[in-house]
Design a binder for this molecule. Structure first.
Ligand code: ACO
Length: 330
């Protein structure tokens, strides 16, 4: 048995002001608002302003999460920030966020697991709370993904947007029933070529040649990703339910990675789970990678759908292919 349990003390999210609608995208590539809505459920995405970076988005979301948790920044003991679009490769974005929060000394790491990054980060936080090492951990999913989108590629540019979501994960009181029950992580590296951003690493460093070859943009095999998304998120959810001996009928809300409404719908159908109980904000922001789960969760808390004491199932998949789930009582 773990020594301690973790609880979600507060959540926050931030979407940049600038909006790119389907009608705006109609002007960029050969597509229509109707096609995008019918195939993905997306209506608009938010795009970070010039000079606004992943750490800025993360900072805004964190301020709101601290407010919700009724905590001061100096109570945070560890920062875990999930992103594949850091401000820069080094120093990491978590360290930049630490400075923006006016903190010093506490550990700060980035987690790179693409769209599953937040679930990975939450799982790491949960382990540190369980062992008793920390009492309050800031877990963030933040992405400024638009610089890596080719706005001439109609399969990609309709999907992605920028956002950040944050959870304050804290040690629960011994009699508190509202805790994280379990987290589950998985990866299938052999399927890595289904979704790739090749530029910027040591294999394709930033130079004229790699820019000309398009390595600075995300490339994806959409249909294959779709099938694997449904398979991996369904199996991650199954594992979470079986581990905790919780029936799907006991789950109040499913908060899946927001890539495409049809993917979320297929996961719900797999379990015969009512679609009204799937939290979807994909129409408002598109796929914001590691930010989707905490943003969707926070929006559902703020609009009153998710309430204290409810059982929530989180799941995500992403490039890698990575996937994961978390079952918790909020
Ligand atoms: N507008 C109009 N037509 C389009 C567009 C577009 N934006 N994009 C593709 N098409 C065309 C295709 O060229 C194809 O034409 P063809 O039949 O003449 O060849 C036709 O529409 C159908 O294409 P499909 O690929 O079968 O369309 P599908 O219904 O699968 O939808 C989509 C495509 C939206 C990309 C879907 O496959 C999808 O959402 N996949 C998952 C993508 C994803 O979530 N990626 C990231 C996940 S991982 C992560 O989040 C880190």
């Amino acid at each position: 048995m773990p020594m301690y349990r973790a609880r979600i003390a507060g959540t926050g999210s931030y979407l940049p002001e600038k909006v790119l609608t389907n009608f705006d995208i109609e002007k960029l590539v050969d597509t229509t608002d109707q096609w995008i809505r019918e195939r993905t459920g997306i209506e608009r995405r938010h795009i970070a302003a010039d000079g606004e970076f992943t750490s800025d988005l993360a900072f805004q979301a964190t301020k709101k999460a601290l407010l919700a948790a009724k905590m001061n920044a100096d109570e945070i003991e560890f920062i875990i920030l999930a992103t594949v679009t850091p401000d820069q490769p080094m120093p990491n974005t978590a360290c930049i966020l630490q400075t923006k929060l006016g903190l010093a000394g506490i550990p700060a790491i980035d987690v790179s697991a693409a769209c599953s990054g937040f679930i990975y980060a939450l799982s790491i936080a949960d382990q540190f709370i369980r062992t008793g090492m920390y009492k309050n951990i800031l877990v963030v999913g933040a992405e400024t993904i638009h610089p890596f989108v080719n706005y001439k590629d109609r399969e990609i540019c309709i999907l992605f947007g920028d956002a950040a979501g944050a959870f304050i994960v804290s040690r629960a009181a011994p009699d508190d029933p509202n805790t994280i029950y379990s987290t589950h992580l998985r990866a299938e590296g052999s399927l890595g070529d289904l979704f790739v951003l090749a530029g910027g690493g040591c294999r394709h460093p930033i130079n004229q040649e790699s820019i000309e070859q398009g390595h600075g943009y995300m490339k994806m095999k959409g249909r294959e990703i779709f099938k694997n998304a449904v398979r991996t998120m369904s199996s991650a959810c199954q594992l979470a339910l079986e581990t905790n001996k919780v029936g799907i009928d006991q789950v109040d809300w499913l908060v899946p990675h927001q890539a495409n409404w049809r993917i979320m719908e297929a996961v719900a159908n797999h379990f015969n789970f009512p679609k009204e109980k799937v939290v979807s904000v994909v129409h408002e922001m598109g796929n914001t990678s590691a930010a989707t789960v905490p943003v969707a969760f926070d929006m559902a808390v703020k609009d009153g759908r998710i309430q204290r004491g409810q059982t929530i199932l989180l799941t995500a998949f992403g490039a890698g292919l990575t996937s994961g789930s978390a079952l918790l009582r909020y």
